[in-house]
Design a protein around this ligand. Structure first.
Ligand code: MG
Length: 264
């Protein structure tokens, strides 16, 4: 009997303490001033936005239609053979090879515009194929995917053979399209073992098609993704270990313009 009485007393005490605690929390919350939850530092740096798609004030412009000074042949590092057009764009010169930036990059925000040929030729992967490769390893596919069925993880805006885009937001061939992409690079330890996966968030024509997906490794045409520090996709058969931004020559007359990045 005495034990039951004691237990009840403890329970009563606990309830009382709990009520006291929650009431005092609520009271403290009510007593807080709005200023107490304001954070003033650091103050974000002022950046002047561009008009839609044009580079903001802190962007690194990689291609504005003037020349190929930021680019080179991806294997030989020789000058780019692609066509420089009068409308401030460039077009793949089929067979001349993929091109990559002279500068390497880490985590970036990328803006880029692309267009597949108005004259439709080929089908599936052979229609308007190119690609944007982050650090020469991770491809976001460029393809004419307007009424052109192919494997879903290889259509336009797919993270090639890793992620199917959430929707098919492509425009018809001959129309300029935009990519806005956030690439977070994978991290490695001192012996080249990956300790943190990278990620991609991709907007195609302003529409979200990948929301912070984890990069599984190199985006290979054949075989599974590889994740060692010096692996390159089988697009890049050279032993070049550079981590630059690459645009693919897949044999089609795909055009690009207005390419800029912001370091993250
Ligand atoms: Mg491709």
């Amino acid at each position: 009997m005495a034990t039951i009485y004691l237990n009840n007393k403890i329970l009563l005490m606990k309830t009382f303490l709990f009520l006291l605690f929650t009431t005092s929390l609520l009271y403290a919350q009510e007593k807080m001033k709005p200023e107490e939850t304001e954070v003033w530092e650091p103050e974000p740096v002022v950046v002047t936005p561009g008009d839609y798609g044009t580079p903001p004030s802190d962007a690194i412009v990689l291609f504005d239609g003037t020349d190929f000074s930021n680019w080179q042949h991806e294997h030989t590092q020789e000058p780019v053979q692609w066509t420089l057009n009068s409308d401030q764009s460039m077009t793949v010169k089929p067979g001349s090879g993929s091109i990559d930036t002279i500068e390497e990059h880490g985590s970036i925000q990328l803006h880029l515009e692309w267009k597949t040929p108005e004259v439709v030729k080929g089908a599936g992967q052979l229609r308007g194929n190119s690609g944007v490769f982050f650090q020469r390893r991770y491809e976001v596919q460029v393809l004419d995917s307007y009424n052109n069925r192919t494997y879903s993880n290889g259509q336009a805006s797919a993270v090639y053979k890793q992620y199917i885009p959430l929707v098919n937001a492509t425009q018809p061939p001959g129309i300029w399209q935009s990519y806005d992409i956030i690439f977070i690079e994978p991290k490695y330890d001192s012996v080249g073992k990956q300790i943190e996966a990278g990620s991609l968030t991709v907007f195609l024509n302003g529409i979200l098609v990948h929301n912070n997906v984890e990069i599984l490794g190199t985006t290979n045409y054949t075989g599974l993704p590889q994740n060692k520090k010096d692996d390159v996709g089988d697009c890049c058969s050279s032993k070049n270990k550079r981590r630059s931004l690459m645009l693919q020559d897949h044999g089609d007359l795909v055009s690009f313009r207005n390419i800029w990045i912001r370091k993250l």
